[in-house]
Design a protein. Sequence first.
Length: 457
Amino acid sequence: MGKRSRRILTGFGVVIVALGVVYAVMMIRATGRLRRAYAALEADGRPMRTAEIIPPKVPDSDNAAVLYQSAVLLLKGQPAGDKSLFEQLTARASAARKEAQKKWIAHEAVTNALSLLAEGTQRPTCQIEHNHDNVLEVMGSPFLEDWRNLVSIMTARIRFEAEAGNPAKAWDLLLTQLRLADSLRLDPSSDTQFTRQALTAWASRTMRVVCETALPAVEHLQAIDDLLRRQDDVEPLVRAVDGERLLIGEWFFNLPKEELDKILWRERSDDKVTPPRVLKAIHRLSFTVLAFKPRLISDHAAYLELMRKRVHLLQGPYRDRKEIGRTLQSSHWNILTHKLTWSAGNEKWFYCRLLADSRVTRAGLAVLQYRQAHDAFPESLDAVGLEGLLDPFTEKPLHYRPEGEGFVVYSVGDDLKDNGGTPMRRREDSDPRRKPVEYDQLWRFPVPENRAAAGDG
């Protein structure tokens, strides 16, 4: 073998050894970072196994979800014109839905379905059947959309009963709606927990409408306040973040390369604009980067670090959304982390908005009860005797003032500015350069339209 050939082989050997050393160093650094990320989660007391967050299976006789789904099936099986009653009452077009609700909302099948919901809320638990072998169903049960539609039917029936002069029935249904929402609190799914909070906020806003007609009885009021106060507990949302990490994140990061490749290709192949050959080349290049083992392990560690930060944000005070974004910022090289956490940070904002709705409603109901007992509105919220009426955005007391024959109580909202009890107004344009609309989250009683009708303002 000639000297030149030996030099070439030696050069190749040096390059291979150097690459091996670089690879080994990258692996050591990535695996060390991953171990530290796991250790930090464990030190925080976060669950580390799926068995710690998945509730044990309960018999159907104890499971409210069975009766909730039975109510859906009852309405889906009831013909109403050319569609089922469920379809008529949940039509996508707002005008069609309102027309159908006027016609069908008092139907006997609706009464029977709502009775099933009330019966379900008396069961000890509500266990949604997630298919843990299908990650797409883990965080978004196909039942939840039906249940949300079912609650929209319940809301229409509540308004019907209030307008028909049956306030006791309306408040019974409102209590059922709050209990239904509360029954979802143990499910380790972000989608379920957002649904739980949204249904509670929905009920809160409906209560304000019903209060224009009739106030709740004392027994209703205490039960409602107890259920609204349970919204203060952030642990169901924290558990949902843990569930997302264990049931989705760990599943993705531990997939065989071939399976991960197929999933990401299916997602990318939905692109109908980019030429297929170019699309395939882009996918191959990006997947080569993603699947490079040190890079993938480092991505996994970044994901765990970000999920830990999400829990800290939920458990801490509210921060400006831009600050939340900076806290949860991650390198764009962490491809899977970005895919799995694209909406990270919204839960704290969402939680505070819905918590503000609950607390404003609690305060308003207490003010109305005070007026009923003393024939006058209180001068401040201190007089109503409720604890915990703080604005979740500022941790300061909610704002309140009597106004003529009514009152206004409000949270300053996510802009952290006191806008004097300004309601949200829809802006006609969507130009992002425009200054954001400033408003507060409030309950003004009675609503301005009713005041005008009564000759007040």
